[in-house]
Write a protein that binds this ligand. Structure first.
Ligand SMILES: Nc1ncnc2c1ncn2[C@@H]1O[C@H](COP(=O)(O)OP(=O)(O)OP(=O)(O)O)[C@@H](O)[C@H]1O
Length: 254
């Protein structure tokens, strides 16, 4: 059964601590300023949307617009400060490189660890192991501690696991960006087939071509607010307009 997601008026704030910047001179002159030593920063505010079973939804926005934060709330890694985020179904998050990996364990052991986190028994994971290792193309590195991996190697393993644990909702963050071109193409192929299998997909990317290709619908975040939710083309146009970006005609869908 494909899963679904529902966000109602979700807000996520972080407390940003400031260092006091009063200089000695200011102190001597008695010009103390009483500043707050922290402020609350809303990375997401009033975000509401639904992802229905089997839908493939894209999430785009400028750097720092709140995409990863939204995915972390969806995956239950962060609890929203306001509102409610509901997830129905087994979610397979590929959020940030190395999330969910224990750096001291080998790639192989991390496959079992991630499988367990997803509710799979050791026996089930042992059945999937060869396929995951083969897809990751890590070769003998699979028996090295993952702290020795490059970012591309992390991404390969992360993707290979997430794509093979029979998710009901597959969350894909920008991880593909660090893989080399050939591996990216292989991942896209796998995502297409997972999508055809009816899995619900939530896809974050800065590569508009892949968003257009993979997504039925696209959500645009801008400074933590949801500013558009609709068809891919107008969503991308809105995103570019907000950035004041006008691509040359030949790059419009790239
Ligand atoms: N743990 C945290 N503590 C404080 N601020 C945070 C924390 N996590 C995220 N932020 C801030 O929240 C904002 C949104 O960050 P987020 O990583 O969600 O953006 P993003 O859209 O995924 O960006 P990018 O495209 O660069 O990956 C940023 O200003 C970031 O600095």
């Amino acid at each position: 059964m494909p899963g679904k997601l529902s966000f109602k008026d979700v807000g996520m704030s972080f407390r940003l601590y400031r260092e006091r910047v009063d200089t000695l001179k200011e102190a001597v002159l008695g010009r103390f300023r009483h500043r707050k030593s922290y402020e609350d920063f809303w990375a997401l505010r009033h975000v509401s949307f639904e992802v229905r079973p089997g839908e493939s939804v894209g999430l785009i926005g400028h750097n720092g617009s709140g995409k990863s934060t939204l995915l972390k709330v969806a995956a239950g890694v962060l609890r929203p400060t306001e509102g409610t985020a509901r997830v129905e179904g087994r979610i397979s998050p590929m959020i940030e490189l190395a999330a969910g990996f224990d750096p001291d364990l080998t790639g192989r052991d991390n496959i079992f660890l991630n499988g367990a986190l997803m509710g799979h028994s050791r026996k089930e994971m042992a059945r999937k192991l060869d396929r995951i290792v083969e897809f990751s193309e890590l070769g003998e590195f699979i028996d090295q501690p993952v702290k020795n991996y490059s970012s591309g190697m992390y991404a390969r393993l992360g993707f290979a696991i997430a794509a093979d644990v029979d998710p009901e909702i597959l969350i894909i963050d920008e991880v593909l960006a660090v893989g080399d071109e050939r591996f990216q193409a292989k991942c896209m192929e796998r995502i297409r087939s997972i999508r055809q299998g009816g899995c619900t997909i939530f896809y974050v990317s800065h590569t508009m071509g892949s968003v257009t290709e993979l997504c039925d619908r696209v959500i645009v975040l801008h400074h933590g607010q949801l500013v558009f939710d609709g068809a891919p083309e107008p969503a991308i146009a809105r995103y570019r307009e907000l950035q004041g970006f006008h691509p040359p005609p030949e790059a419009r869908t790239a």
